[in-house]
Design a protein around this ligand. Structure first.
Ligand SMILES: [Fe+2]
Length: 195
């Protein structure tokens, strides 16, 4: 029950990147990221779905936004993520040399959230501390993108019964009605433009 509460609490936090984005995102993944002591770097990357696309990656629309909730403090030595500022504007896969020159470590207090563009080059750093470092990561994609973790969209009936409209939207359960609405708007625009 506690897991369900946390899932609902975190996954529905509003992540709005533009006036057009509200109500158009679904969850792609939602998971705990646990770095054990000594955990190595993950490797520089951009996020799904960009990694499955050909370059240059499209600048618009935004295909992925990630929220990293800090369950514990992110410090200089416990595996805090490295981000290359503004690299999302390059619309390309990471260049390791460029990354090593510009990447900055993102530290912060537990309870904070790091919001990043899926095209921003990033990596984890080494966990030199003696403790596990825990974060919760939610990845959000436009509703027309196939979620990376499709199991999220086949939840147990009791989860769905207790889900808010926002959670149902994030799980893709209102996709059918959303498609109808969008098609209606599209047809309306076409009719108006013809008339
Ligand atoms: Fe990542």
């Amino acid at each position: 029950m506690e897991k369900l509460t946390n899932f609902q609490r975190f996954s529905q936090r509003k992540i709005k990147v533009s006036p057009q984005s509200d109500g158009r995102a679904i969850l792609s993944t939602f998971s705990a990221h646990i770095l054990n002591p000594g955990a190595e770097r993950q490797g520089i990357h951009v996020e799904y779905p960009y990694i499955s696309m050909k370059q240059p990656y499209p600048a618009y629309p935004v295909m992925e936004i990630q929220g990293i909730w800090l369950v514990q403090d992110f410090t200089e030595d416990n595996g805090s993520p490295l981000f290359a500022p503004y690299s999302q504007k390059l619309c390309s896969s990471p260049d390791p040399l460029h990354f090593s020159e510009v990447a900055k470590k993102v530290t912060g207090k537990a309870g904070s959230v790091v919001i990043s563009h899926g095209l921003c080059w990033h990596d984890s750093s080494v966990n030199y501390s003696q403790q596990q470092r825990v974060a919760i990561v939610g990845q959000y994609v436009p509703k027309f993108i196939r979620p990376k973790d499709e199991r999220l969209h086949k939840v147990q009936p009791e989860v769905l019964d207790g889900a808010s409209p926002k959670l149902k939207q994030l799980l893709g359960y209102d996709f059918k009605s959303a498609v109808s609405k969008d098609m209606g708007q599209l047809i309306g625009r076409q009719v108006r433009s013809v008339g």
